[in-house]
Design a protein. Structure first.
Length: 94
């Protein structure tokens, strides 16, 4: 999966614009759905979606350990997460 690409740019060198190439990071929009509800959309590097989702859920207090996640599927449409305790998710979200 592509995480960076080279693009043509113009750089300012000694007061002149010159043609050059630069490497840029490629990101994708990742909608995150938890227990069927849209939680957030994030821009992520395409090779690290699972890690991002788990870290996001942990950092936001939706999970406290990996075992809190019953399933996690990454598709072209986004991330679908099923938490073991759906009631705790609904209470935490509001």
């Amino acid at each position: 999966m592509e995480t960076s690409r080279i693009v043509r740019v113009r750089k300012l060198v000694a007061g002149e614009l010159v043609a050059a190439e630069s490497t840029v990071v490629v990101e994708r929009e990742l909608p995150i759905h938890v227990n069927g509800e849209h939680l957030a959309t994030a821009s992520v590097v395409p090779s690290m979606e699972r890690e991002f989702v788990v870290g996001y859920l942990f950092g936001q207090g939706f999970i406290s350990r990996a075992e809190d996640i019953e399933s996690l599927e990454i598709t072209d449409a986004g991330a679908d997460v099923l938490l073991a305790d759906g009631e705790a998710f609904s209470a935490r979200k509001t």
